[in-house]
Design a protein around this ligand. Structure first.
Ligand code: AMP
Ligand code: MG
Length: 414
């Protein structure tokens, strides 16, 4: 058995949160565009502009079941007026023409409005009678304006107009629009192949009964669930803290994926082998250790083939924070992180020169400002605090006293 040389440099200098995020975003993956059947596009990012092939709606569409009349000719309808019914225009039939200006045509919702009519009166406002074998509609409401109950051609969008911009996240609304303009296939950004790897000898899978000294692994499930919100289906692995096995398995996993997200094994412990193994595998360190709490030991690197490795500290709070602060923006394709603001509800002292990410619960006050209340917690190992937490308030490393009522950047995940 070969012994791997593991060297841990305890004196590595840390980089700031801003610098770390800048490096992460600079290394976003190049877009890979694929064409997929429409239904497979849901949840993905659109990679083409979608234009209207016809007007929306494409013809003057009857919007209620009832009768169509020519109000431009009649100009006024009084209660009790009787109109001869000439014909019926059903949905799906080619346009018919009303020959008598003072007559009416029965029309159904979704039908094209008959030629020589401009207004629809719904059945609810009508009675019917038959005189000498001819059918008449009796109108129960007065009317003086033309155009009611007609969905006019082009009123919503005109032909050739831009309907959906590329870069839009596709939801059922975009699917409906693309269906109506006849996009049976559309171009989307391909989701990268992502592996989520938990490490640690103390971790057992969720269907197992842990011994006293063991815990079930939660990070990989959390990461996979969070990634699925970004449209990424990750493959899950677990590796023990055995350097040789770690290196061999990680070599294979690296070859088969675009991005690796590891949790655990990047701190200063005697079995924290991940940074060294990554370098052995040709993944160049872009940074190790960020001046933040939680998540200080965060390691980030890139292989010569452009594969990206996020090696996150294993404490659940650290993994969680690092995902939402760095990994999610990396996958979102944004060149800059878009941060919300929230107002701190209680004064905080924090004297270390680290950016402090405080788990908070939030509410809106009367002025619709977001108020963030820090949650008591026992540090980055406190998994349970995440249940009542809406996000993290980002308190900058440059300050030590954070006054209540002051506004800070806020990362939310609920
Ligand atoms: P490490 O970063 O490997 O030093 O781990 C730090 C702490 O996080 C240890 O208490 C681990 O047991 C815990 N931890 C690491 N990975 C996971 C995981 N996948 N799920 C839950 N806890 C973990
Ligand atoms: Mg570990």
């Amino acid at each position: 058995m070969t012994k791997l040389q593991i060297s841990i440099n305890y004196s590595q200098s840390m980089i700031s949160v801003e610098e770390a995020l800048r490096i992460v975003l600079e290394n976003q993956l190049p877009d890979q565009i694929i064409e997929v059947p429409l239904l497979e596009a849901n949840g993905k990012v659109l990679a083409e502009n979608i234009f209207a092939d016809r007007d929306f709606p494409p013809f003057n569409r009857v919007a209620m079941d009832g009768i169509a009349i020519n109000m431009s000719f009649l100009s006024v309808i009084s209660e009790g007026d009787k109109l001869l019914i000439e014909n019926i225009q059903f949905a799906g039939e080619p346009q018919k023409t009303m020959s008598g200006n003072g007559n009416c045509m029965e029309v159904m919702t979704g039908a094209i409005l008959p030629e020589n009519t401009d207004t629809v009166i719904r059945y609810e406002d009508l009675d019917f009678t038959e005189i000498e074998g001819r059918k008449y509609a009796i109108v129960n409401i007065p009317l003086s304006e033309p155009g009611q109950n007609v969905h006019h051609q082009g009123i919503d969008k005109s032909a050739q107009s831009l309907l959906i911009q590329q870069g839009t996240k596709i939801s059922p609304a975009e699917i409906a629009i693309m269906a109506t303009v006849g996009k049976d296939y559309c171009k989307v950004k391909a989701a990268p192949a992502v592996a989520v790897i938990s490490t640690g000898d103390e971790l057992v899978d969720i269907h197992e009964n842990p011994e006293n000294h063991q815990i079930r692994r939660s990070n990989s499930y959390m990461l996979a669930a969070a990634l699925s919100e970004s449209g990424i289906k990750a493959r899950l692995y677990h590796l023990n803290d055995d350097p040789e096995k770690l290196e061999n398995r990680l070599r294979i996993i690296l070859a088969a994926n675009d991005v690796l997200i590891l949790s655990g094994g990047v701190s200063a412990g005697k079995k924290d082998f991940v940074p060294q193994i990554m370098e052995n595998l040709g993944v160049k360190k872009l940074f190790h250790k960020v001046s933040q709490k939680p998540g200080k030991p965060f390691w980030f690197g890139k292989s010569e083939y452009g594969k990206i490795v996020f090696a996150l500290p294993g404490n659940p709070g650290s993994t969680f924070l690092c995902f939402y602060k760095y990994v999610k923006p990396f996958f979102s394709g944004l060149k800059q992180e878009t941060l919300k603001k929230a107002v701190l509800s209680d004064k905080i002292f924090f004297r270390q020169e680290l950016t402090l990410f405080v788990p908070v619960t939030t509410r809106c006050n009367e002025e619709a400002a977001l108020i963030a209340t820090p949650l008591k917690n026992s540090g980055s190992g406190d998994l349970a605090v995440l249940l009542s937490c809406d996000g993290f308030l980002e308190l900058p490393a440059s300050e030590a006293i954070f006054e209540e009522g002051k506004s800070f950047s806020y990362i939310n995940f609920k």
